[in-house]
Ligand binder design. Sequence first.
Ligand code: GCO
Length: 254
Amino acid sequence: MNKSLFNLQDKRILVTGSNGGIGLTLAQGLAQHGAKIILNGRDQAKLERAAQGLRDQGFKIETSRFDVTTELEINQAILELERLAPIDVLLNNAGIQRRVSLENLSLETWNEVLTTNLTSAMLVSKAVAAAMIERKSGKIINICSLMSDAARTTTGAYTAAKGGLKMLTKAMCADWAQHNLQINAIGPGYFATEMTKPLVENQEFNAWVVGRTPAKRWGQPEELIGAAVFFSSGASNFVNGQILYVDGGMISVL
Ligand code: GCO
């Protein structure tokens, strides 16, 4: 038996928005640490491709196609998944970015970002927590951002959503810690991913990130795996409502 504090053997983990980007990297990293992964996305073909990629590496992967912004789809999918086996950990990763100054931001875009980055976490967590509360066991991890605590020009809706997600993490802790659920968040700094490609390719922005980050570089998505393993495992059983920044020190310095 693996007695490691960080043991994830046989833990079934649902990662939302995991057919690419940080979600897929985290799914793969958690699988490498023994977890059984459920991949999620909206696009069935993309989802199957991502799942096949992980299966080719020898991992057992389930998929669950649902839109994290549609309550009916979420509830049906979670019910089906729970019918098969318990979801031990939920990782709310799904998110989008729309870069536009607030004076030019339409209500439609605001709603799109808030719904996808914040309301989704509430809806999926609510669905999964119902069973976790009954079992008196479960972990929820929210993917926050540096923008949970600090704003940057042209990212108003994202900043509001990620700030809200930080407080939602604490609110979930307030309501659910008593049922032995641990709810924590990871706050990634600047990582080179599909979503930040335009930023990485923008010389001026790139120089700003490297100069502004104490570690003097962008993060690699794999560097988020350690925090996800910690929050998924028994090592974090009395850690609740926390945001762990994985940012090369950026949020700590002026
Ligand atoms: C952007 C944003 C973010 C950051 C991240 C930092 O894409 O424009 O700056 O996505 O990379 O939120 O925590």
